[in-house]
Design a protein around this ligand. Structure first.
Ligand SMILES: Cc1ncc(COP(=O)(O)O)c(C=O)c1O
Length: 417
């Protein structure tokens, strides 16, 4: 039986753990990082990003896919330029982009247009014209409207179509994280629209060589059977009816643990699902994870502003609010707070930000050690959909980002000591 104290340490791993009383991340004392970078600051470890990427790459290899695979990083998760440039240098992945500005940014970070796959909806005329400027960029059309607009701009080209199998998958069935399900969503072409989509593509001489689907985010091992069903359904309803298809993009959505009861995603089981569907098919598999690659590579360093008991709740305030890392507030995804130093018994506190909104609560009833004399707090899992989704609400959008280089591939000169 785990003690309360031990169960609070579910997130520990080799590069993020307490050594004695001090919390260390990527080889650095968190207290020292907070002193050096100030707050609020996001700190990403490229060593962790690389490990995550290599783990997924190994799982794809293990799936023994006869037509091979392509690993794309969904840059909407985190577009910090040093991180994208470092990813490009690994040579392990291309990019999944979802706006013309993202394409431009990925290219400026060293990716070639032919390493980028574009999937997005509600495209304006101007969006389509901008995308058409990039020779080699591959575009997945997510609606009849997009097929028509792309066909007018680039008749005779190859396209993908994003499809919607009317079934989704997500962390703990969180419907805010599902892109497809029983209720209609804006994402992708439905089965009943497929005939019209094929006719429209034909009318512009477009060849549909890819089927794309991404039906939700954050799935872990218990949800793998749903993901398996989504793939089976898309193969049967869509791929089987598109004779020119050579590639199937099974989306992103691979999740990481957020609370003690979440296990890590079993990549061996994940790989077995891919092998089951594609091990005997001459179809290239494409995946486009964001969260899995970067989420647990990032900490948010926060300055402590106050501690006060109101009624029966002990509040701890910090110098940034939900607007700079919106997932906890928008999607009920808990970002566990940690103290840079751990001593004495744990106490329950509620961590809140500096924004005038009732939803500005970072974490209710967190177990934290004595904070007297500590100047900062950190939140884990802040590497994805945090800085990239930040807003300037209440004019409190200021924050900074830092990438700690991977010591295995960088010289001592560019690694903070
Ligand atoms: C089309 C598409 N692909 C990939 C992703 C990346 O998802 P995740 O970060 O959950 O892996 C998203 C995110 O919403 C998406 O919309």
């Amino acid at each position: 039986m785990m003690t309360e104290q031990e169960s609070q340490l579910w997130w520990q791993r080799a590069d993020l753990s307490y050594h004695g009383e001090a919390l260390f991340f990527a080889g650095h004392s968190v207290e020292a990082l907070a002193k050096r970078f100030g707050s609020p600051s996001f700190v990403y470890s490229f060593a962790r990003v690389r490990d995550n990427l290599e783990r997924v790459d190994a799982a794809l290899r293990a799936a023994q896919l006869p037509a091979g695979y392509t690993l794309l990083y969904a840059m909407k998760a985190n577009r910090f330029a040093p991180l994208l440039t470092s990813l490009q240098h690994t040579g392990l992945c291309g990019i999944d982009a979802c706006s013309p500005r993202e394409v431009e940014h990925a290219v400026s970070c060293g990716f070639r247009p032919d390493q980028i796959s574009f999937t997005a909806g509600s495209l304006s005329r101007r969006d389509v014209e901008l995308l058409a400027c990039y020779d080699g960029l591959f575009v997945d059309c997510d609606s009849l409207h997009a097929i028509n607009a792309w066909g007018q701009c680039r008749p005779g080209s190859e396209i993908g179509i994003r499809v919607n199998p009317a079934m989704g998958v997500s962390r703990a069935d969180n419907d805010k994280l599902q892109y497809a399900g029983t209720a209609a969503t804006k994402f992708g072409i439905y089965e009943e629209q497929l005939d019209e989509a094929l006719a429209l593509a034909r009318s512009h001489g477009l060849k549909i060589t890819k089927i794309h689907f991404h039906t939700g985010c954050g799935y872990l091992t218990p949800e793998l059977s749903q993901w398996d069903a989504v793939i089976g359904s898309c193969l049967e309803k869509f791929v089987a009816r598109c004779p020119d298809v050579t590639t199937v993009n099974v989306g992103g959505g691979l999740g990481v643990p957020h609370v003690a009861s979440d296990g890590t995603l079993d990549l061996q089981a994940w790989s077995a699902v891919l092998h089951k569907h594609f091990g005997n098919r001459n179809l290239r598999v494409e995946i486009e994870p964001g969260e899995y690659i970067v989420k647990d590579s990032g900490l948010l360093l926060l300055g402590k502003t106050f501690e006060e008991t109101k009624q029966t709740t002990r509040f701890v305030g910090v110098d940034a609010g939900f607007n700079i890392a919106p997932e906890p507030a928008y999607y009920n995804l808990p970002f566990q707070p940690l103290a840079p130093r751990r001593s004495g018994p744990l106490k329950q506190v509620t961590v809140v930000g500096n924004i005038n909104e009732a939803l500005d609560v970072w974490y209710r009833d967190a177990w934290l050690p004595e904070l007297e004399g500590q100047e900062s707090l950190v939140l884990i899992n802040a590497g994805a959909y945090s800085a990239s989704m930040a807003s300037n609400h209440c004019m409190r959008g200021e924050m900074r980002e830092f990438l700690i280089a991977d010591p295995r591939t960088s010289s001592a000169a560019d690694t903070p000591q």
